[in-house]
Every structure is written in structure tokens, then in C-alpha cells.
Design a protein. Sequence first.
Length: 471
Amino acid sequence: MTAPRGYPVRVEATLDEPLSRGLWLVKWLLAVPHYVVLAFLWFAYPFVTIAAFFAILVTGRYPRSLFAFTSGVLRWSWRVQYYSYAGLGTDRYPPFTFADVPDYPARLEIAYPEKLSRGLVLVKWWLLALPHFVIIGLFAGGGSWLAFGNGSDDDGFDWAAGGLVGVLVLVAGVVLLFTGRYPRPIFDFVLGMDRWVLRVAAYVSLMTDEYPPFRLDMGGSEAAFEPPHPQPRPAHASTWTGGRIVAAVSGAVLLLGAMGLLTGGGALLWADRTQRDADGYLTGSTTLASDSYAVLTDPVQISGAPDVVTAVGDVRIRATAIDGHPLFVGIGRSEDVAGYLAATEFTTLGSVADNRSGDRVHPGGAPGTAPGGAGVWTATASGSGTQTVSWPVGDGQWTAVVMNTDGSRGISVRAEAGATAPALGWIALGLLLAGAVLLAGGALLIGFAAHRAHRAGPPVTPVPPDLPSHV
């Protein structure tokens, strides 16, 4: 029978024996320093992979310095996972390094691909990997698997939080606690699942075009990968120093901030250019239905007057009675309105959406005076049909009120509120410019770190033809 051909992602582990009976109970605590570092590394990981995506799309090559970063993060994660709860196979504390450590019991080697498909890079990381996502979801318990940690609370590097891997490792830990021995069949099976997860992680990270095999290669060792044309490989020393890693992570933070600013600026620009009505107002509407005597907005504070007033512009409120009853619409200072309605039953809006679950009812009776005679309003409109109040915003705290003109109980209206927001376009432009600056800064930091790592690469050592090429 022919042995299975090796895969470009080679996952190996040695079961250290004897193992401490009880150390595994506190490894979650001992591994915290690694979890902290890996949280930052996995934050940067997707951004580095996105940079590699575009490089592959344009050149057909995965930049070696970026490849060293992604493979280093995976290698570091695998050592921590093997030490902790995806293996429990060693009591040796994992080293803090991207580099391969030949004498550590858990090793990960990924063959560097000289060429990658430009077209395949568009679909392999999501569409082609879907069948594997289902399988490793069973192994790792749904969203807690390694590849980018989507939907996980474990920062992308913990695939032992649930699923079959977690269950079997827990069983092995209990057996180890009482017998002092790690069950070899469980070890072999767990290593097969870990190997499957890491193969898929490397594939969706664009590190190989070779599709992960649908087979469970159990045990601590596996066949070596034999590329068709062996290439020289760099020495094991890592070119990603602490400073370069910090630069890459900082760049990722800037890119994340840039995405938020660009998204917000784009949304505001879209609203400014496409969502204004014929009079230039940005509006939202809702249906108000209450058994109270009045419907109020929460007090709105306008302060820092010149800038804020300029940003808001003119405010307009429109209300149309659904039942045809004459309406009163007014805007007044919040303290004056509160005094007028202090003994009145009224409803305060919880939101401007049609969902009224957040509305609050203030207990009381009927108003002592009809709203038109209250004398607390800055702007009013009343009568039958649609009532419109337009008001240039002023400094202070303001409340808008809708009532029946006779002060009777029961409000049923379709209301619309809007503002001219003349500064919205400038705000959008400012956010877009700030986002562009952060985007450029983040890209430069990641590019600088990758460039320095590439230039500082170790000398290339020839490899005999019968040996595999690994990073």
C-alpha cells in the first residue's frame, strides 16, 4: 500500500512522558502571557493576509516576509495550543518566538510556494474551504477554530474551547490526573484533528494552493512534503524582531481605525448627497400612538453653540393626525415644558423608530391649560391636517411636544423630524481624509515592517535534492 503523499503544511508533535498529573489544571493561567501576545498577533494577522492577497493577485507570489509572519503566528499558536488545551502533550513551556524550535515537542513547517494561482486566491479562502469549515467546526466547536477566529471570543488562536478536540483533551486530562499516563489512542486522534485544523488554517490564509485532504492523519508524525522542484530555504532564525512585530500590529490598529472612519465618512456623504428631501432636510418618520395627553421627545442639549448650531442647522417637525383630530406641535425649553406638564400624563419617546417598546409613560392627569395657551413655546403650529414647525436651533436644552389642540387624551399621528445639517458634507469629508491618512499610515507601517524583515532575511542555504523545502 502506498503511503499518503505529504501535505505542504506539516504538523508534528511528540508526547512528552512522563507528564505532570495536575499541571494541566493551571495551564490556562500559565499560558496567559502567550494569550496576551497572540491576541495582538492575531489582530494583525488578517491585515497581513489581506496584503498578501493583493500581492498574490497582482504577482502570483506570496511575499516571503509576509509568509514568515503568518507562518510564525501559526507556529507560535500551535506550540501554545499543544502545551494547553488542544493537546496537553507537553509540560515544556512554549518559547516566545516565530522561529521553528527543533527540539520543542510541537513543530509546524509550511512549504513556501514559489508561485500561487491568481484566480484561486479569490475563492479558496471562503468558497472552496466551506466543506472543511463544517468538519473543523465539529472538531473545534463551531466558531472557535483557528482561521481568523470568526465569531470567536478567543482572538483567533484557540480552537480547543469546545467540540471534539476539547472533549477528548479533557478526557485525557482526567485520565492523566488519576493514572499518570496520557492515553495514546486519544493522543493520536487529537493530533489528527489538530493537523486538519492547521492545514485548513494555512489554506484559507492563502499559504498554499494544494487543497487540504479529507483524511485524518493521526499520530504525532506525518509524511514529509516533496515539492516537484525543491527550492533553497532560509535558515530557521526569524527575521521578525520585536520592533517589526510591534510596527505590524500598530499598522493593523491604524487600518482598523481607518476602516471605521472611511465607513462612517462614506455613510455621511451618501446621506448628504442622496437622502435630502426637496427642501434640503434629512428626515426620519415614525408613527406615534398613545393614550396619554401628550407625546414628548427626550430633552436635546445644544451646547457649544456656534459650532453645534451650524452643524445642526434648521430643525423641522411635521405631524399629521391619523384620526383627523386637530393637532398642536410645539418646541420649547425643556425646563419650561416640564413645568407645564408636571402634573400631566404624557409619553416620552424611547426612539424615533416605529418600535414603541422603549416609550415611557409619566403618570398624571389632564393638563390644566390647553397647549396653545401655555406660553412656554419657542415655535408652534396648530390646526387640522399636517402641522409643520421649522425652527433655527438655539443654545440650550429643548423638547418637542405633540398634543391635541384641546388638550384631550389620545394621540395618533404620523410624525416626521428632520434637520438641514449644512455641515454634514464637510464632516463626511473630514472623516474620509482622516481615514485616508490612517490607511496610508497603517499600510506604511506594515509595509515597512515586512520590507525590513525581507531585507534582514538570513542567508539562503542550499538543500539537497531529496529533502523538502520548508519555511
